[in-house]
Write a protein that binds this ligand. Structure first.
Ligand code: 5GP
Ligand code: ZN
Length: 136
């Protein structure tokens, strides 16, 4: 299987590694939104978030929180975005599950909140009903 993030884990590809333990790894994104934009991955290969095992999920999310703190503090950021693109429709380009941690500055001018929609009457309740059915 051809996976650049597995290659980084196996030291077949270079990366600016920030942290690793048995389950997880963090490194700098090669094409950052802002300097310090980091990625957190499970070392095991999962093509998306829903596939991640409970054990790796918990290790990955703990590292996301730890790294968000470290990125914000060390770069003196005003805030940060944590996001994970899943599926081509969502903009995923590397099919090894990962979380982005993007340091944000009051002056950086990015607008993530574009194209916000509105609900028609009852639409919210209907959509909530569908989602809740699949949570059972
Ligand atoms: P996605 O588009 O799947 O949400 O995120 C993939 C991210 O991986 C992108 O932000 C991209 O810049 C980053 N990326 C792609 N290839 C490499 C690489 O070889 N090394 C590093 N460090 N980051 C990469
Ligand atoms: Zn992989």
């Amino acid at each position: 299987m051809n996976c650049i993030f597995c290659d980084i884990v196996n030291r077949l590809e270079n990366a600016e590694i920030l942290y690793e333990d048995n389950e997880t790894m963090a490194f700098l994104d090669i094409r950052p939104f802002n300097h310090g934009h980091s990625l957190v991955i499970p070392k095991n290969h999962y093509s998306n978030f829903l596939e991640v095992s409970n054990e790796d999920l918990s290790a990955m999310m703990k590292l996301v929180q730890k790294l968000a703190n470290s990125v914000k503090t060390s770069l003196n950021a005003d805030g940060y975005n944590i996001l994970s693109n899943n599926g081509i429709a969502a903009g995923q380009t590397i099919f090894h599950c990962h979380f982005h941690i993007i340091p944000r500055f009051n002056s950086d001018g990015f607008k993530f909140k574009m194209n916000l929609k509105e609900y028609e009457e009852n639409e919210m309740r209907e959509i909530a009903f569908k989602i809740k059915e699949n949570l059972k």
